[in-house]
Design a protein around this ligand. Structure first.
Ligand SMILES: Nc1ncnc2c1ncn2[C@@H]1O[C@H](COP(=O)(O)OP(=O)(O)OP(=O)(O)O)[C@@H](O)[C@H]1O
Length: 707
């Protein structure tokens, strides 16, 4: 993900903390003098004007706050002293012991005498102290009396000072606690301890002191050795709670690259909800044209940094419950292609509303609706695209090394009309409408449903299309495993999850285990329209920065969207690239469907779990594309039983009945290897083939009766 940096939001990742050795924040064993010397030696206050200004601000704040802090410490000290005196005068220890022994009645006179005696001592001490003070005032100088009062106040302030490591939400931290950590790093350390991100006897090291940037406070810290930044990101909610801010206000990032390491964390706490306020307008509204090879402006992150989405070489899956902003997100991606006169668009809208009507003006193929005829038109469009991918690979193989160095599309190839390989975007809104189509069809010798066939072709396009310049963009409001089969999901590189119902749906869009890594789209707020978690494609440069990030998409009004489509048509008319549906030719290219069936089965086999007995069906569904020959060789039993949530002994027995026997195999673990029980994928494939051929019945018995 390329993030453009605005002036007001310098990124932590770009800083070079290597130039600033960490300053110990709190070292229990270090003396104050040693810490001061250290601070001065490493301080950038003397080297950087920005840090100098911040230090002066901090010092002034500290000075202004100190009378208040002294007064509250004296107040606490006075309270503590009064409590101690009250216990003493009431002979509380003795009284408690007697009460425990149930002898209060017997000892009542004795306690009362002792209490009266202590009251007398208190009175005499108070009178004597007052007399001595007055004498000092009269005989010596007023200074002596004020000196004595000052000493008493200091003693009370020391007694009432905040102790290091004090836990819990003390009333003093209520409300302004959100910002207390910017003044007093001890509060930040306490928050890390309370959130159980560091131990009670551990501390943090300050890499960059707290500064106010881009509508929030940022700080970079080093965790104690062996603690991981990934865990801070994972438990961001706990840290937000400890800092008393809403979790949407807290951004935690691992500092990577030069100067970064696995234990260095950048924190940013927004002053207010960063996703509230008016939506951001897309820069594409003002763009005359766009180059589809450039990452398209997609939105802004919490710190308002621009997030661009590379689309060439990848594919995109957008998932969310209704009315969260899927169509908007897909329109943004589409706008980048529409404004490139050399790009071609296939638009398939399963919703059938007017959201995509304006795209008719530029689309090479356009289908809008959920009728059988629409599903068949989508099928024909995809058949044409599968054939197009095959043809492009065949043609690229014929080109010389200079024109096509890597059997991959290049910007020059995609814009050369003679080569006929334009960047082609295949855009689906509400793709589940087509994937769920139950009509039976025969593909080659295989019987399947139209929905399955469409899924197979989409999986093929997402897998083989990007290198040939064909990009698949899918949006669905049902991101469940039934609707988007794993063989299709696993080949969609970039994922964007707006709010979904639960963490399972979130993981289906973003990838397995993403909730345990701190990315769960079900925790997004309903009021945050257009806010989602973006997981960039690991294959693109974008994937290097962060596993995922929360983005608020840009906003296009309907009028702006229509204007973009009109501009796209004009650009095509000028360049002479208007084609297909938009140019008034609405017939798909005649393609021999046997060729397509051949292409689908010559590629990785489509492993469908349909009509397979359990647990084989679930295993096939879980492994998806990994099951194909040349994919994974071995799957540990523990991985399968965990993923399918089944009892290991029952699982082993049922797999045995289907002819799959576990074996032992070495798997990598850490730096070494470990021998574990599991299944060879060849055995699983064999079992699938035997069930399909009827050799094993779908109840799990061998057709010939043998178990
Ligand atoms: N980035 C954004 N900023 C502000 N509002 C947005 C943003 N994106 C979408 N919205 C608003 O959210 C609402 C739903 O948007 P959209 O139609 O894109 O959602 P959807 O998920 O496609 O809905 P459906 O499932 O009904 O098709 C619209 O009112 C839209 O204006």
């Amino acid at each position: 993900m390329k993030r453009a940096k605005t002036n007001e939001t310098s990124t932590a990742l770009d800083r070079s903390p290597a130039s600033s050795p960490p300053i110990p924040l709190l070292g229990p064993q270090r003396s104050l003098a040693a810490r001061l010397v250290d601070q001065c030696r490493h301080s950038r206050v003397f080297r950087s004007r920005r840090f100098g200004r911040q230090a002066v601000k901090d010092a002034v704040t500290w000075l202004l706050r100190s009378p208040l802090r002294l007064a509250s410490a004296v107040g606490r000290g006075l309270l503590a002293a009064l409590r101690a005196w009250r216990r003493w005068v009431r002979v509380q220890d003795y009284r408690d012991a007697i009460e425990q022994a149930e002898k209060l009645a017997e000892k009542f006179v004795e306690i009362r005498a002792l209490t009266l005696y202590r009251w007398r001592v208190t009175g005499i001490t108070a009178v004597a102290a007052t007399f001595l003070l007055l004498m000092a005032h009269v005989i010596a100088a007023p200074l002596a009396m004020w000196g004595a009062v000052g000493a008493s106040l200091i003693a009370l302030a020391v007694a009432g000072r905040r102790k290091e490591g004090a836990t819990g939400r003390t009333p003093a931290l209520g409300g302004p606690r959100t910002l207390a950590w910017t003044m007093d790093p001890q509060v930040l350390v306490d928050a890390f301890r309370d959130a159980k991100l560091i131990g009670r006897d551990e501390s943090l090291r300050l890499v960059e002191r707290a500064t106010h940037t881009g509508g929030g406070w940022s700080i970079t810290v080093d965790l104690p050795a062996t603690r991981k930044a990934a865990d801070v990101i994972k438990h961001r909610d706990a840290l937000a709670s400890a800092l008393a801010v809403d979790e949407v206000q807290l951004v935690a990032e691992r500092v990577r690259g030069r100067g970064g390491h696995a234990g260095r964390v950048f924190l940013w706490v927004a002053d207010v909800d960063p996703y509230s306020g008016p939506p951001f307008s897309s820069p594409l509204v003002r763009a005359e044209s766009w180059d589809a090879w450039r990452p398209v402006p997609f939105g802004r992150d919490a710190r308002r940094r621009k997030v661009d989405l590379p689309l060439v070489w990848t594919s995109l899956l957008v998932g969310a419950i209704p009315r969260q902003g899927k169509t908007m997100a897909v329109r943004l991606a589409a706008a980048g292609f529409i404004l490139d006169a050399f790009a071609r668009l296939y638009v398939f809208d399963g919703k059938g509303g007017k959201d995509w009507r304006a795209a008719e003006a530029v689309a090479h193929r356009f289908v809008c609706g959920d009728d059988q005829a629409d599903a068949e038109a989508v099928r024909d469009g995809l058949v044409e695209l599968v054939a197009e991918v095959q043809s492009r690979y065949a043609r690229m193989a014929e080109l010389d090394d200079e024109t096509c160095p890597e059997s991959k599309i290049t910007p020059q190839l995609s814009r050369d009309p003679a080569q006929r390989m334009p960047i082609t975007a295949v855009i689906f809104d509400e793709v589940q409408v087509f994937l769920d189509n139950p009509t039976k069809v025969a593909i080659g010798e295989r019987g399947t449903t139209l929905g399955e066939y469409i899924a197979d072709m989409l999986a093929y396009l997402a897998r083989k299309g990007p290198a040939a310049g064909i990009i698949v963009v899918l949006a669905t409001q049902r991101p469940d495993s039934q609707t988007i089969p794993s063989r299709l999901r696993s080949v969609l590189g970039t994922r964007f999850a707006l709010r979904v119902m639960d963490w399972r749906d979130s993981n289906i869009v973003l990838g397995d285990q993403m909730n345990t890594r701190g990315y769960d789209a079900s925790t997004l707020l309903p009021s945050h329209k257009g806010v989602g978690i973006l997981r960039p494609d690991g294959e693109t440069d974008a994937g290097a920065d962060a596993v995922a990030l929360t983005v608020r998409t840009f906003y296009l009004t309907n009028a702006e969207w229509r204007a973009i489509c009109v501009r796209g048509r004009l650009l095509r008319e000028i360049a002479g690239t208007l084609s297909g549906y938009a140019a008034g030719e609405d017939t798909t290219r005649a393609v021999d469907s046997a060729d397509v069936a051949g292409a689908l089965s010559a590629g990785p086999v489509s492993w469908s779990a349909e009509r397979l007995p359990e647990p084989l069906g679930a295993v096939v569904e879980f492994l998806g594309e990994e099951l194909r020959p040349g994919g994974r060789r071995f799957v540990p039993t523990a991985e399968l039983t965990d993923a399918l949530d089944v009892e290991p002994s029952v699982f082993a027995r049922q797999m045995g009945e289907l002819g799959c026997r576990p074996t032992r195999h070495y798997v990598p673990e850490g730096d070494g290897v470990r021998r574990v029980r599991g299944y060879l994928t060849a055995e699983i494939r064999d079992a699938v083939a035997r069930v399909r051929s009827g050799e094993i019945s779908s109840t799990g018995d061998d057709a010939d009766g043998a178990a």
